[in-house]
Design a protein around this ligand. Sequence first.
Ligand code: PLP
Length: 231
Amino acid sequence: MEISDAVKRIQERIEAACVRSGRDRAAIRLMGVSKFQGIAAIEKAWEGGIRLFGESRVQEAAEKFIPFKRQHPEVELHLIGSLQRNKAKTAVSLFEGIQSVDREALIAELGMWTVQREKPLGILLEFHTGEETKSGFSGVDALCRATEQVLSYPGLALQGLMTIAPYTDDTARIRASFRSLVAAQHTLASRFPDGDWSCLSMGMSDDFEIAIEEGSTLVRIGSALFGPREP
Ligand SMILES: *Cc1c(COP(=O)(O)O)cnc(C)c1O
């Protein structure tokens, strides 16, 4: 399938999921996850209307998106993969947002490198809701401590939460994972009412419709847009 057709197909499925669950389509952003994809594929996704991209590695993202951003300054790029502290400085200069913030030492590093930044760096705290992945804060108390830390740095703009559901065909477990992200959002919003908790980044190619039904505001789609990737 052509990438532009794949974008249309995903848009239709997002709209259908919104209709089913009484959600407003405008409340959901579509991210194209372009890891392992070449610049030609990214260009096609752009032509198909994708304006937000996600990459999981700093070096790979830099190689592709430093030139891409010169051509398309309006593009928005987020990191969705684990970030090593020694790459934080590069990450801060490349990404508009980091969705995979999963430990306090990383927050301190990002806070330090963003002090001089004009526009604050968007931050999503990653919550560990599925057993298979190891990344993410493991409980609400840890999320609360991370929140206090993020709020203490002027260069960091807290925007919400991210999770990766378990890789399983068991939709009940996937749904439970998304529900626990929503529950964490409610708890955090009551403890930190001045914080911005509006973004819930949840849902990938195989589970984004469930995620939308459960309240996702940002779906991260890779293979369903670009086709299978070769790692
Ligand atoms: C790779 C990746 C995605 C996209 O996965 P697909 O199943 O190909 O849609 C989304 N989120 C994260 C964190 C990823 O690493």
